[in-house]
Design a protein around this ligand. Structure first.
Ligand code: FAD
Length: 500
């Protein structure tokens, strides 16, 4: 029996935030013969934060056929080589470290030396394992160099971006509508089903109906279709991740625009500093169980030197967790409507891109039926959980003892099985990277990233006998590596020059 090809004729995206317009651009680029509508509410608006990305945002722009020269200047965008974590550890020498995005130089030259030193250090030798000494992107960042090499340089480096989220939404909306997506303004008041429970239409505040064959829920934390109408259950991550609120405010840009996000630990959470071409975006992500919104705002102002400034602050709530099923009947949720893991590694848009592009592939492969729905839901859950575990590890591994917030995070035993295994291998394995691969623990992050985090905070055993120490102190490898990285760096331009 052949399965009937049920390609939808009409798709309705509910929500015009970054997730909605990303979905619109991807759908219209690939399914040219499908009518695509996007509903957004001028009364409700978008969340308007989320200004850092991982390298997946580049993959999105490539898939949507949009060039950097077109979108970056429109969105005050800058390049991002990675993230600096500052004051997450009070161990001398480990007060900060940089988490670089991957580079092709890693696997060939630098990661083997890093893991070799980790092996020695875990056995008590005084090998240098601070991640800042091993990676090209760390060198580039410290020298304010951007991630685009000269054409003659044979190795690529992955990079992300910083951008104004409101401008990005406007740009993506223009792009999608110019490609045929129909934009509708109105506020959804009711969702209609057929007798099987599948969605058929939505009613707007002017009582008009919008019908479609398939629905994409991009309605933000409200999740009007998936969690609302279709009653998809939500799994909170609150027991793993304590933060549930944020306060945000801009500050003036410096002359040199750094190619990195900075994440600085404060008393009850952490503050981001994201450089755009015209301003910094700042925010303090905290747990309201440990600090009040007013105190958090004062602490952020102190941190930014803006205590006496009248710059306005915005306060936000965060619902942290994910749905159990991202695709239910004829609806898939993308963006905050499917879940959110706090923004420490700026992963939300990467998960949105993964969701929509994977959905399109599975839907096509199933001839536009729900054939691969279960597989899809399982894979997206694994992606969310993989990201959650990595972020939880930042809190578990923190080396501060100054407030209840940090002490409680370090003492938290609500860890997934996978995270417990990873921490076990870090302390006990003779070959951490190999054991991660052998035990299917490489999900959302590579062993290099886990090792940067754990070594970066100084999660290391005591040093052993002095003979071994002496051998590693005189290691030639580190000097050669530093020289190699410095010479690679000659192929990169200053970040500011790339933004002209
Ligand atoms: C503090 C914080 C920091 C963040 N930092 C990052 C980061 O650095 N990197 C990153 O990738 N992500 C980050 N995120 C996440 C990021 O902001 C979101 O993933 C992204 O903006 C997409 O949001 P969205 O489109 O899902 O929802 P929203 O922007 O909330 O859009 C929802 C849309 O639904 C519409 N809508 C709602 N109700 C109705 C209705 N009744 N009728 C019609 N329309 C309706 C609204 O009009 C709006 O258009 C952060 C989030 C928070 C809270």
């Amino acid at each position: 029996m052949t399965i009937e090809n049920k390609k939808p004729e009409k798709i309705l995206i509910v929500g015009g935030g970054t997730a909605g317009w990303m979905a619109a651009n991807l759908l219209v680029s690939r399914w040219k013969d499908v009518e695509i509508y996007l509903l957004e509410s001028t009364d409700i608006g978008i969340i308007g934060v989320g200004e850092g990305s991982t390298p997946h945002l580049k993959f999105f722009f490539d898939a949507a056929d949009i060039s950097e020269s077109e979108w970056m200047p429109r969105c005050n965008a800058t390049y991002k080589n990675g993230i600096s974590f500052v004051n997450w550890s009070s161990i001398p020498g480990f007060e900060s470290y940089f988490h670089p995005f991957p580079a092709q130089t890693d696997d060939i030259f630098t990661v083997p030396v890093f893991f070799n030193n980790i092996k020695a250090r875990m056995q008590g030798s005084n090998a240098n394992v601070h991640p800042d000494h091993f990676f090209l992107e760390t060198y580039l960042t410290r020298a304010n160099l951007g991630p685009i090499p000269a054409e003659t340089f044979p190795f690529g480096v992955a990079y992300g971006y910083h951008f104004d989220s409101t401008l990005l939404g406007q740009f993506l909306a223009e792009k999608a509508t110019s490609r045929g997506v129909k934009r509708i303004y109105g506020t959804l008041t009711e969702v209609l089903h057929d007798s099987d429970g599948a969605l058929t239409a939505v009613r707007l505040d002017d009582d008009s109906l919008l019908d479609a064959d398939f629905f994409i829920d991009c309605s933000g934390f409200k999740s009007l279709l998936l969690q609302g109408a279709l009653k998809a259950s939500f799994k909170s991550f609150k027991e793993n991740l304590f933060n549930d609120a944020a306060v945000v405010m801009p500050s003036a840009m410096s002359e040199v625009i750094p190619p990195e996000t900075r994440s600085t630990a404060l008393s009850s959470g952490w503050a981001w500093k994201i450089p755009l071409t015209n301003r910094y975006g700042n925010g303090y992500v905290y747990s309201a169980d440990y600090i009040s919104p007013d105190q958090a705002e004062i602490e952020l102002r102190q941190h930014l030197g803006l205590l006496d400034s009248d710059v306005a602050a915005r306060h936000l709530q965060m619902k942290v967790g994910r749905v159990e099923k991202h695709w239910v009947k004829n609806c898939v949720a993308v963006g905050l409507s499917q879940g959110f893991i706090e923004p420490l590694e700026a992963t939300a848009l990467a998960l949105s891109f993964d969701t929509i592009s994977r959905f399109m592939t599975y839907y096509e492969n199933g001839l536009y039926t729900n054939k691969y729905q279960d597989e899809f839901n399982k894979e997206i859950n694994a992606k969310f959980d993989g990201v959650r575990d990595y972020i939880v590890c930042h809190y578990k591994a923190n080396q501060r003892q100054d407030t209840d917030y940090w002490r409680d995070n370090a003492a938290n035993t609500n860890l997934s099985q996978n995270l417990n295994k990873i921490l076990h291998f870090w302390s006990n394995s003779k070959d951490f990277a190999k054991d991660m691969y052998m035990n299917n623990l490489v999900l959302s992050y590579q062993p290099k990233s886990w090792a940067c985090l754990l070594a970066g905070y100084g999660v290391l055993p005591p040093l052993g006998d002095s003979e071994e120490n002496a051998r590693y102190k005189s290691s030639q490898d580190m000097d050669q590596l530093a020289d190699f990285i410095r010479r690679c760096g000659l192929n990169f331009k200053k970040h500011n020059e790339l933004l002209i």
